[in-house]
Ligand binder design. Sequence first.
Ligand SMILES: *Cc1c(COP(=O)(O)O)cnc(C)c1O
Length: 236
Amino acid sequence: MTTIGANLQQVRARITQACAASGREASGVTLLAVSKTFDVDAVIEAMKAGQMAFGENYVQEGVEKIQALRALRPGHAVSWHCIGPLQSNKTRLVAAHFDWVQSVDRLKIAQRLSEQRPDGLPDLQVCLQVNIDGGANKSGVAPHELPALADAVRQLPRLQLRGLMCIPEPSDDPAEQMAVFLRARELFDQLRARGMPLDTLSMGMSDDLEAAVAAGSTLVRVGRGVFGHRPRKPAA
Ligand SMILES: *Cc1c(COP(=O)(O)O)cnc(C)c1O
C-alpha cells in the first residue's frame, strides 16, 4: 500500500474511534483531504485509496489541479472544496470550478459567487466561515453577525447554504479545543433551530479532529495527516 493509502486508513480509523467514543455513527463525519501544496499524483493516490472529497486553499493552484484531474480521470465523481480566504477577484474562478466553498464570510463574496456560478452546473454548496475565537486578523464572520449573513446568503440563487466552517487557533489542550468547537456547535444549532436546513459543521484538522468530532463536527479537513508534511507554502 502507498503511504497516502496507509495514512488515509489511519485517519479514517481515528474518525471511527472518535465517533465511537461519543456514540456517533462514523458515517456522520466526512473526511475532506486537504491537498494544498501537493501535486496531482498525490491526489490520484488518494483517489485510488477511495478518497472522494478534496480541499484547496489557493484558488489558482486548486483550479489547475481540478482541471488536470478532470482531464486525467474523466467521469470520476470527486468533489472539490475551496477552503481558503477568498478575494473578490477570485470568485469567478471559484464559481466556475469548485463544488463547494467553505470560506464565505461576507455577503459581497456570496453575491458574486451566486451571479458567477455558470448555467448548467449544480448549485454551489456553501459554508459560512465563522471567526469563532475572535482572532483580530482572522477571516470569518463575527458570531453576532452570523444570523443576518446566513439569512441573506440563503436567499441567493445558485447557492445552497449547507452550514458553518471554523478554524480555531491551534491549541494542544483538548479541553480548550473542545470548548471552542462547542461554541461553533452552538451557533450551528441556533441557526438550525431558526429553521435553516443546515447539515454541515466543518471543523477539526490533523491535530484536533478528535475534539471536533466529540463536539459534533460533520466534516473534518485533514492535510498533513493524509499527505504528510507540506513542503512549501505557495503564493496565495
Ligand atoms: C491547511 C488547512 C487544513 C489542513 O490542515 P492540517 O493541519 O494539515 O490537517 C484544514 N483547513 C484549512 C482551512 C486549512 O487551511
